[in-house]
Design a protein around this ligand. Structure first.
Ligand code: CO
Length: 432
């Protein structure tokens, strides 16, 4: 296994929820000398300084202030969340016949069937009351095989292989135990948070698959892991960001929560988080935000559909990414992807110089396809943007498949992007 894939799998294993993604990123950034900035105070930013900010504990923005002059921002944006199921308040269901189950609701648009018959666990954030009366949040990860969502046997449901519908309120209810008392979930959560049960005030717990990433294929050319969408881009963009060198633009790395539920939250791409941080950086640096934004380039990095081996008919005839074919540039006429001809050309040229292959994705003309961060963030602060991603199969399954070589391509492309001395003349001419 390559070092990159080993480190990617380790990052995914440590990141069962967006809260844990931000914790893992914060640890990596602090080890690299980045200083945490609370949103609640005014900032003194030093030339040559490296900083990061979090919002809600589930979104993060890191940046470096160049020591010399700079014109615009070079930004990557990816997302920390993946489709899952959230446990409801008062989430224990007693019965039938001694079973104890959990009442959950879907978070995002997942493929449901792959969640059946897998060892699942719970992780998330809880609010606790401390001894001095303060209220604090704690990350929890029960981190053991704890739950299962059992299928109905084929003998009892003969149409199970004929596209039988799965209903989240009946078919996707996870089993927590047998002959266990009600209240055992709270006891487990309090133990994981290190508090007494009466001091556990509120929970945000999500199901996750504990299975680790693995290398597949006759020549080890494939990888499979949970949450590749979008932790493969979160990880690849971070490594490229940390490896890049100064070049006269301000490098900024953004990770947003809640992409899978439409981004319209206080910490999502459809919030003021990015524009607030850009405004504060410009204010601290004596710069005009609209001018800096117009001289910027953003990569909205979210995974892309590779052509499917069993269903190639879902792909476009020509713009159909293949695994290990390099970084994907995504475009749609509907503008649900923010790429335009100029941003596509700029990113392609950066990749060409870095000897990273690029490939193109367009939707089959009768399919709407997905949407992502770039065009949503652009409604708050307009930034020339390319939508990119890595090719993968089984997007929004609980265990997804991708190419073993592609994460390295993304890291190299992003490092080259952040190292580009981008200059925009104002008449649509770019020098890179
Ligand atoms: Co995604």
């Amino acid at each position: 296994m390559s070092d990159t894939n080993r480190l990617l799998f380790d990052f995914i294993r440590r990141s069962p929820t967006p809260f844990h993604v931000v914790q893992a990123l914060s640890e990596r950034l602090q080890a690299a000398g980045y200083i945490p900035l609370p949103e609640t105070v005014s900032w003194q930013l030093q030339p040559g300084g490296a900083y990061y900010v979090t919002r809600n504990g589930s979104s993060l923005i890191a940046f470096r202030i160049p020591s010399g002059d700079w014109s615009g921002f070079l930004i990557t944006a990816s997302h920390s969340d993946s489709p899952t199921f959230q446990v409801k308040e008062n989430g224990e269901l007693a019965g039938p016949e001694g079973y104890l189950r959990l009442n959950t609701e879907p978070y995002g648009g997942m493929l449901m069937a792959p969640w059946l018959d897998r060892p699942l666990s719970l992780a998330g954030r809880v609010a606790v009351r401390l001894a001095d009366g303060t209220i604090a949040s704690r990350l929890v990860d029960l981190d053991r095989d704890l739950l299962v969502i059992p299928s109905v046997a084929i003998h009892l449901r003969r149409d199970a292989n004929k596209g039988a519908a799965l209903d989240p309120k009946t078919d996707l209810v996870p089993l927590l135990g047998l002959d266990q008392p009600k209240g055992c979930l709270k006891k487990l959560a309090a133990q994981a948070a290190g508090v007494e049960e009466q001091d556990l005030l509120s929970t945000e717990l999500f199901l996750y698959l504990r299975q680790t990433g693995t290398v597949l294929g006759a020549g080890g050319e494939l990888i499979a892991a949970p949450r590749l969408d979008d932790l493969q881009c979160v990880y690849g963009c971070l490594e490229g960001f940390l490896q890049s060198r100064e070049q006269g633009c301000l490098p900024l790395y953004a990770v947003f929560d809640n992409e899978e539920v439409g981004s319209a939250t206080k910490q999502g791409a459809d919030s003021t988080f990015l524009s607030d941080i850009l405004r504060r950086i410009c204010a601290a640096s004596g710069r005009d935000l609209p001018a800096a934004a117009a001289a910027s380039l953003m990569l909205s990095a979210d995974n892309a559909h590779a052509v499917h081996p069993n269903h190639p008919e879902y792909a476009d005839t020509d713009n159909r990414p293949r695994l290990n074919g390099g970084v994907v540039i995504k475009r749609t006429a509907s503008q649900r992807y923010a790429t335009d001809g100029l941003s596509a050309a700029l990113f392609s040229e950066i990749c060409r110089r870095a000897q990273v292959p690029v490939q193109h994705l367009t939707n089959r003309s009768d399919l709407p396809g997905g949407s992502t961060l770039g065009n949503i963030a652009n409604t708050h602060v307009s930034l020339p943007t390319a939508d990119i991603g890595l090719p993968q199969l089984a997007m929004h399954s609980v265990y997804e498949t991708a190419g073993a070589a592609d994460t390295d391509y993304l890291i190299r492309a992003v490092a080259a992007f952040y190292s580009t001395p981008l200059r925009c003349s104002g008449d649509g001419t770019y020098r890179i």
